[in-house]
Design a protein around this ligand. Structure first.
Ligand SMILES: [Zn+2]
Length: 284
């Protein structure tokens, strides 16, 4: 699932293309993904887009009074295509050869000044919702602090961890109710950067280790955004770039390979059902 850096990258790209444009038509091809039925709601049409933003792993198109919310989940992908630009984010779609729309296209948004936004989803776990302020609050209420906001302070992090003394530190980081946007990749990478074993119980962490972890999370997320996330996308954006943080991954997806710090072997275990990557000599 795309995590904070990948979602932030597509949000920034979309914002540069869609800000001030208006949606002039919506074609919903799949009621499960976007339950607009046959008639597109007028609430979304012909309203200038104020901004495209992110909250946790959600993408938000701000229409002023109403909002379009997208969640890419396991296999969702967004592609904006106009005469001058093609930008894409989320999961790659294998075997479609960049054809748009394709058999996995669930929703199409058409804009004034040209261009279309395609929401593609192979397995249909992703969704799009059109909501007002109340609906927006309901869908985002369960999300915790943004790790790149001021709210992610030393005090907050200490308090957050103190509520989960018996949880493993990795599982604590994945709890979206407290901290929004971190998933499997960036939890493993942050713990490696902080030199902490993923399965340490939270109550065993010393204040210096907690501080090191908080700083590592911020540093890793910022670095990944700068490199446009860990993308395996088929597409390149208008500047010809794809997410290249994959080159900088130290442990995630590298089970059995050499640790980039000590030369030992990167290990993989299951923790709370999630594949967890770590180095037994670098992480304590
Ligand atoms: Zn190592």
């Amino acid at each position: 699932m795309p995590e904070l850096p990948e979602v932030e990258t597509i949000v920034r790209d979309l914002n540069s293309q869609l800000k001030n444009k208006k949606i002039i038509a919506i074609e919903s091809r799949d009621k499960k993904v976007f339950g607009l039925a046959a008639r597109p709601s007028r609430r979304a049409l012909n309203k200038p887009i104020k901004a495209v933003r992110r909250r946790g792993k959600m993408i938000i198109i701000d229409l002023g009074v109403n909002y379009l919310l997208f969640h890419l989940k396991m296999t969702g992908q967004l592609v904006f295509k106009s005469k001058s630009a093609i930008i894409a984010g989320g999961h790659p779609l294998v075997g479609q050869g960049g054809k748009l729309p394709n058999k996995f296209t669930r929703v199409i948004f058409k804009f004034n000044q040209g261009g279309k936004l395609y929401f593609n989803d192979l397995r249909r776990f992703g969704w799009v919702r059109l909501v007002d302020k109340k609906g927006y609050s309901a869908l985002t209420a369960h999300l915790g602090v943004e790790p790149l906001s001021r709210g992610f302070s030393p005090e907050f992090f200490k308090k957050f961890l103190s509520r989960k003394p018996n949880t493993t530190v990795k599982q604590a980081l994945l709890d979206q109710r407290y901290l929004a946007g971190i998933g499997n990749i960036y939890a493993d990478e942050s713990l490696f950067a902080a030199r902490l074993k993923p399965f340490r119980r939270v109550k065993t962490l010393k204040p210096a280790e907690i501080n090191r972890l908080r700083l590592a999370i911020t540093r890793i997320l910022k670095s990944a955004i700068k490199r446009r996330g860990t993308s395996f996308s088929d597409y390149v954006d208008a500047g010809g770039e794809t997410g290249n943080f994959v080159k900088y991954l130290k442990v995630y997806g590298r089970a059995g390979e050499k640790c980039k710090s000590c030369g030992g072997s990167v290990k993989k275990i299951k923790l709370g059902g999630r594949g967890t990557h770590w180095c037994s000599s670098c992480q304590k």
